[in-house]
Write a protein that binds this ligand. Structure first.
Ligand code: GTP
Ligand code: MG
Length: 216
């Protein structure tokens, strides 16, 4: 908790699946790896699936309907709306026992509303404020904030990997922890912690299954 964790990855790498999993896991008792708390889920791409939450909850022995009720869901229609929802999350955190705030994806609206180089400075400024707001929220209320970010090809990079997380320095400096999910064979995914001042680079593999994410 008290951190903003960025989950970066390409399309279909499992970012949204991980967000669903976390929104269920936070509800588990502490001895089973949870915080016995609720989750707030800000969805910017309309990819939240209640049935998937219920499926994952059932697999963990939770009542599926209750698990769904323990997630405060909001769809963000624009970057402005997304920022307002983050502000309003304060009240939910105070009134209810919410220990996780998910923003999936943190950057999609910003990218579509501020296209091209001519809007980049303005976009980054606004995104920077949003990420700072989220970090303050994590700090003030001792909650975990998880944001997702797209990884995209930068065709202008000829040496090394052309893939980079979007958001540039704003996310590189704003996120406390950064995790990059790569696709392996079939449903296998490899999550790697990168850019961390506190951790050595490390990897963990998991599989996306009917019951949710499973360690390998
Ligand atoms: P973008 O948001 O498009 O960038 O992708 P993402 O990183 O959010 O990917 P997402 O989490 O949507 O992962 C998609 C992967 O999860 C695909 O490989 C799907 O097959 C798998 N997946 C999605 N829903 C389910 C499900 O209900 N059951 C199972 N077993 N797999 C699922
Ligand atoms: Mg997604």
């Amino acid at each position: 908790t008290r951190a903003v964790t960025e989950i970066a990855g390409e399309f279909g790498s499992g970012k949204t699946q991980l967000c669903h999993q976390l929104a269920v896991m936070v509800q588990l008792p502490e001895e089973r790896g949870g915080l016995e708390a609720k989750a707030i889920y800000i969805d910017t791409e309309n990819t939240f699936r209640p049935e998937r939450i219920m499926q994952i909850a059932r697999a963990r022995g939770l009542d599926p309907d209750q698990a769904l009720r323990n997630i405060f869901y909001a769809a963000a229609h624009s970057s402005d709306h997304q920022m307002i929802l983050a502000e309003q999350a304060k009240q939910l955190i105070r009134q209810h026992n919410a220990a996780l705030l998910v923003v999936d994806s943190v950057i999609a609206h910003f990218r579509s509303e501020f296209p091209g180089r001519e809007n980049l400075a303005e976009r980054q400024q606004k995104l920077s404020k949003h990420v700072a707001d989220l970090l303050r929220l994590a700090d003030a209320y001792d909650i975990a904030v998880v944001i997702t970010n797209q990884v995209m090809a930068h065709p202008d990079i000829f040496y090394g990997s052309p893939l980079k997380p979007a958001g540039g320095n704003v996310l590189a400096h704003g996120a406390t922890y950064r995790i990059w999910i790569r696709k392996g064979k079939e449903n296998v995914r490899i999550a790697k912690i990168f850019d961390s001042p506190y951790h050595p680079e490390g990897e963990a593999s998991f599989r996306i299954t009917a019951e949710g994410l499973a360690d390998l």
